[in-house]
Design a protein around this ligand. Structure first.
Ligand code: NAI
Ligand code: MG
Length: 364
């Protein structure tokens, strides 16, 4: 089977961090015999500058065909005044929507060398490795009715939390499948105590478990208690599955347990394609960082670790993904740091490509 990859560097530091990923992709081709058929295209402001839209139809069509899309970041001050319909972010939203990427995977992994970056004690976060699976295409961000309406003598703002059984079913399956490749444990979070959509969520997750994943350990937790537990003792979790709104909040909380934005990868997965691989988009959690763009200061690790997720979830090469993650871990343990990973210790930081060099050397 060929491995097809569409690279969309985007704006700001996107192209800078993606350049390092490209070197790593080439390394896997040359040294591990893992060949990728790579195409590159524009997204965000970069696409707007050329096409007048943040994602051209031809790019969208290509994204639907490939095994995995790897995206840098979109947006920047140059585009802030643009009409909402052509803002860079709309390019990313179009990809997520048209590829129907319903499962957003946000790992919170704490590299030992960075454990002191956390606001929590080293002992609480060191060695942490959890995965939050957030439902991404439904729930209160999409439910109808929505809007601001006149009612008697004041206005009312309305959003609707809405989940169908099939929407819950598919994201639950994604979480159980993941758990089988990890610690075999899923905690589902909702508010079944006060929300009917939460009652249905709990029921469907339990049903999917009992029918098809009885070997995976399943627990349920109210999402607010889950927030507390994430801060108190995050290592109790393996995979957490939750809805769009709670997942938005809880994944940001979990992300900060581990320190820097420059280290956080993500994956968004959809339904399987004809070749059995899921529709997939991989991207760092961070944005285009206009404050440091063009200066060679950006940390490429988040984007590189997003490619590691692609190796694991799109190309079924968990062994190679682990190899890449270990290389990042080693480089950090050796004290190699981009500027965002410096504390007040006075060592000299490496540039974006310096970090790439170090990771390539560690891979060798
Ligand atoms: P941001 O994530 O771009 O930057 C926040 C802070 O973190 C900045 O100080 C930045 O320098 C730093 N930072 C981020 N990534 C870094 C990296 N890899 N290495 C070192 N430092 C890093 O978020 P911000 O400033 O709120 O947004 C900037 C632009 O990015 C906006 O136009 C926003 O709309 C867009 N954005 C795009 C996202 C995406 O493409 N998925 C996500 C978030 C924001
Ligand atoms: Mg958020």
């Amino acid at each position: 089977m060929t491995n097809t990859l569409l690279i969309l560097p985007g704006d700001g530091i996107g192209p800078e961090v993606m350049a390092e990923v490209t070197r790593i992709i080439d390394w896997f081709g040359a040294r591990r015999g893992l060949k990728f058929d790579v195409s590159e295209d524009l997204v965000g402001g970069a696409a707007y500058d050329v096409h007048g839209v943040p994602l051209a139809d031809a790019t969208m069509a290509r994204a639907q065909e490939v095994d995995a899309v790897l995206l840098g970041a979109v947006g920047g001050p140059k585009y802030d005044a643009l009409d909402f319909s052509v803002k860079p972010e709309r390019g990313l939203l179009r990809l997520r929507k048209e590829m129907d990427l319903f499962a957003n995977l946000r790992p919170a992994q704490c590299f030992d060398a960075l454990a002191d970056f956390s606001s929590l004690k080293r002992d609480v976060v060191s060695g942490l490795d959890i995965m939050i699976v957030r439902e991404l295409t439904s729930g209160v961000y999409f439910g109808e009715p929505r809007g601001i309406f006149e009612e008697k003598d004041e206005r009312v703002g309305i959003n609707t939390q809405r989940y169908t059984e099939s929407e819950i079913d598919r994201v639950a399956r994604a979480a159980f499948e993941l758990a089988r490749k990890r610690g075999n444990k899923v905690c589902s979070m909702e508010k079944a105590n006060v929300m009917e959509s939460g009652i249905l969520w709990r029921e469907v997750v339990q049903r999917v478990h009992d029918a098809d994943y009885p070997d995976v350990e399943l627990s349920h937790m109210y999402a607010d208690a889950g927030g507390m537990q994430l801060c108190r003792w995050p290592k109790q979790f393996d995979v957490i599955v939750t809805d769009n709104l709670f997942g938005d909040l809880l994944s940001d909380v979990a992300a900060m347990l581990t320190g820097s934005l420059g280290m956080l990868p993500s994956a968004s997965l959809g339904a399987p394609m004809a070749n059995g691989r899921p529709k997939a988009l991989y991207e760092p959690v961070h944005g285009s960082a206009p404050d440091i763009a063009g200066q060679g200061k950006a940390n490429p690790c988040a984007c590189i670790l997003s490619f590691a997720m692609a190796l694991r979830y799109s190309f079924d090469r968990g062994d190679e993904a682990t190899r890449l993650e270990r290389a990042v871990e080693k480089v950090l343990a050796d004290g190699v740091r981009t500027a965002d990973l410096m504390q007040a210790e006075g060592a000299t930081p490496v540039s974006t490509s310096g970090m790439g060099d170090a990771i390539l050397a560690a891979l060798d």
